[in-house]
Ligand binder design. Structure first.
Ligand code: PMP
Length: 388
């Protein structure tokens, strides 16, 4: 037993001796070092229980605390009002493409969509296939998803069951933002229509007013944890809306089930929820969303400055530039490949753009240190000099 119990110390030493790359992955993305170190310890034994976090029962006291802390800290970060529930569900953000319309739309009703990118397209297409009265108030395909529309560009039709948009478009590198990078809330003509937002790639990267939304969802694997759980913040009156709409849903597809069962109606993904809890604690320890925002704006400015120096071409229109995903191209696709290969040799990884856009994508989520942005900006300048 003693030999086994002492194994992790040497294992931890060996692990931390390995130099970590600057990880520019769009998701799963970089985690704060502090979080990864804590995971290493708690995998072996959490809270001196002698049992690792992955091995505890989801009904045991240890997990009760993990879940309660995660929920409380998630609420504290954004002052989530008391009439909103915080849920940790499974199936990724993609499953919300199904859950949202099933729960919020009556048969024959439609929703309105602002299609600003790849993921927003998928969300719209799924809903339209099942609720054909849905419509697009904005179709960003015509402008190659280079920006997020202004309010006066939105084409509203009938009053929809809800309005859906995506605050940050991971694949095109655009974000609904004001000039200072703060949250821009598209204005909706109906005050009683719930706004549903996919915040998968910018949740908790800047201050936001939860009360503007009926439902927010975010796959955890970019800014708030790892793949395996999806954060849903939902206004309480929407939990049971399907019943008021006269619909009967299966148990696991209703939000009410997950709210009533405290995100563990069935066996939940305990480890991903635990990691999200650590990330929430980390965000608070850094100073919360104001600090995150300032930090993210500083980092993004460093990389965009390198784009604006010439040689590179950014994808996003400057007023929609994402502070999370920075997309750019070299003068030729061959140079893009060369850039990515050489950057890897300098310790910068996961820079290849999505298969649908090509080019280079540097994802600089909350946990990306400023040093990572400085390193890529420096590399961009050197590469441009050598290849320009
Ligand atoms: N929405 C956005 C904005 C995303 O970036 C992603 C994943 N990259 C998704 C939805 C889909 O997320 P998941 O893989 O968790 O289903």
């Amino acid at each position: 037993m003693a030999a086994i119990a002492s194994a992790p110390a040497s294992f931890l030493q060996a692990m931390t001796a390995v130099k970590r790359a600057f990880n520019f992955s769009a998701g799963p993305g970089v985690l704060p070092d502090e979080v990864v170190h804590q995971c290493q310890q708690d995998l072996w034994s959490i809270d001196s229980t002698g049992i690792g976090i992955m091995e505890h029962s989801h009904r045991a006291k240890t997990f009760d605390k993990v879940l309660a802390d995660a929920e409380a800290n998630c609420r504290k970060i954004a002052n989530v009002p008391s009439n909103y529930k915080i849920l940790f569900v499974t199936g990724g953000a993609t499953t919300q493409n199904e859950m949202v319309p099933k729960n919020l739309l009556a048969q024959g009703q439609g929703a309105a969509f602002l299609t600003t990118g790849y993921w927003a397209e998928k969300t719209w297409e799924e809903c339209r296939a099942h609720f054909p009265s849905s419509y697009e108030a904005w179709d960003g395909r015509v402008t190659k998803h280079t920006y997020c529309p202004a309010d006066n560009e939105l084409k509203w039709q009938d009053k929809p069951g809800y309005v859906h948009y995506c605050s940050n478009n991971t694949i095109y590198g655009t974000q609904f933002r004001n000039s200072d990078g703060s949250f821009r809330y598209p204005s909706i003509p109906w005050s009683d229509v719930p706004v549903v937002c996919d915040m998968s790639s910018d949740i908790y990267s800047r201050p936001l007013d939860i009360s503007k939304f009926g439902l927010i969802y975010a796959g955890a694997q970019k800014n708030v944890g790892i793949a395996g759980t999806t954060l849903v913040i939902i206004r309480e009156d929407l939990l049971d809306l399907h019943k008021k709409l006269g619909k009967k849903l299966f148990t696991m597809e209703t939000y009410a089930t997950h709210a009533k069962g405290e995100s563990r109606h069935n066996t939940p993904p305990a480890f991903p929820i635990y990691v999200s809890g650590l990330v929430f604690k980390w965000i608070l320890s850094q100073g919360g969303l104001e600090t995150m925002h300032k930090h993210n704006m500083d980092k993004a400015a460093i990389v965009y400055k390198a784009i604006d120096a010439g040689f590179y071409k950014g994808h996003a229109r400057p007023d929609s530039r994402s502070a999370m995903n920075v997309l750019f191209r070299c003068p030729t696709p061959e140079l893009d490949d060369k850039f990515i290969a050489e950057a890897l040799k300098h310790g910068m990884d996961q820079l290849k753009g999505h298969r649908s856009t090509g080019g280079v994508r540097a994802s600089i989520y909350n946990a990306m240190p400023k040093a990572g942005c400085e390193a890529i900006a420096q590399f961009m300048a050197d590469f441009a000099k050598r290849n320009g």
